[in-house]
Design a protein around this ligand. Sequence first.
Ligand code: NA7
Length: 543
Amino acid sequence: MNKTESPSLRESGSTEHYDAVIIGAGFSGMYALHHLREMGLSVRVYDGASDVGGTWWYNRYPGARVDAPGSPFYCYTFSEERMKEGDWAELQAEQSAVLDYLEFVADRLDLRHDIQFETWVQDARYDESLQRWTVETSTGVGASAQFLICAVGALSTTNMPDIPGILDFAGECYHTGRWPHEPVSFQGKRVAVIGTGSSGIQSIPEIAKEADHVTVLQRTPQFTFPSGNRPVKPEDMSDARENWDAYVAKMYASPAGFPFDMSVRKALDDTPEQRRARYEALWQRGGVDFLIDGYSDITTSEEANDWLADFCRDKIREIVDDPETARKLMPDHFILTKRAILDGGYYETFNRDNVTLVDLREDPIERFTPTSVITRSGEHPIDMLVLATGFDAISGSMLRLNPKGRGGESLKERWQDRFHNYLGLSVVGFPNMFMIHGPGSPGVFYNMPLGAERQMDWIGNLISDMKERGMRAVEPTTESEEKWDNVVAELAHTTLLPRTDSWWTGANVPGKPRYFSVYLDGGGYHQIISDVAAKGYEGFVFK
Ligand code: NA7
């Protein structure tokens, strides 16, 4: 019998009944579906997109690729067979390669069968008397389920800038996080790009190759490292296939979920000459090696941080021909306290005749007209506007969903001042609701596909435990939520990270609670949640 035809699925009017509803069909939601189905649960997944992939379905802008320690380790680990069938051409896989991989997994596991695409969940409410969630969707067909799994993505809800006249701009306008599926041509066009985070820094060099002119509207200058992207050597791919178990064990044991040994050497243990030589070698090699093979105290010691920042600022002066442009590109925050960026010739792009940099701190945008952007110093006529302005990250997609818990309290009300949660998985007042990569979890600081698998395995074990014990509802206690909040904050404050405005601290979205809401030690986190389970799910109450 097909699992979706199991006895627990019944149709009543326009409400379908499942054991679990999953929201989102990206890396997390796809694994959640597979795992819960394997456990024998009836499951429905809803996603607003037309196919699987989540953020990798939407982010199709030119130059989009994995900018983390990459292939072949940015993938699922649950199936050795799937890993062996997959292939990765480049260390930092381009967006289309990641999406191909997810489509391949969806095909192999027949996931689409239980996913309803082009369907937005408009409301999710907990019914205390039934101990179930009721979900309403944009298609009019709703669902009721005991468990609600929110796999809504930490980088999914776009951050749209509120600038006078922006809606009057009559030319083409695209957000990098909602890039069209049809080809976009920049040929002969004057393009303005707002934003110089990963998306801007990946796309600007590609756009500049084709466009007539590119005006980069920069609010905060960024540190970015040469990507060092290269083909995956066939022998490395074979080695990963042959020794997959050993690699996975290493990924499980590492703080960031990748099978690399992180340098434990401190920057200040070396002489300035030794540091310079090491950084120069790493710069030439490129990639995330500054994190892996650099020094362990860059984000904890101000002096070590300043040293690397100065080294990178020297590189900008070396690369960029025009001293005035180099000056505008000079970042002044602690290095690596905004998301590390890898680029394919970003600073070099400013040596092109068709690229202009506007420093919005000196020359802010005043307004848009139908044909231009006007900054304090004058008018820039444009044909196209690219918004590389990022996301309402980490908590934004949960707030957009805005589930209503016990007593009808909404998550927006609950999260007005802080993103209250226990273990980054659950929230008081929202029984049987689980978040993947939510605030309070390692989320974006961990290998995200692996993090999703490990959180989902934990949730699956909790559900099994409840079924065995005949429990119908689970939620954390207020005390455990408060304790976890302190644990997350204490760890963050051992670093320089909370001291910089970034999307990690919510500073990119006006009105958002401003604090560092991610648990920084991914390896330690998975040990903690496993210990919680071993102690009978300490900090939770069951009914
Ligand atoms: P990011 O990293 O949040 O970058 C967004 C950029 O847009 C950043 O430079 C922002 O400046 C800028 N921004 C945002 N709003 C505005 C307004 N209103 N005016 C001017 N400039 C603005 O998003 P990305 O999409 O690049 O990357 C997100 C993550 O996705 C990335 O780190 C990877 O993990 C994948 P700010 O720095 O806030 O001053």
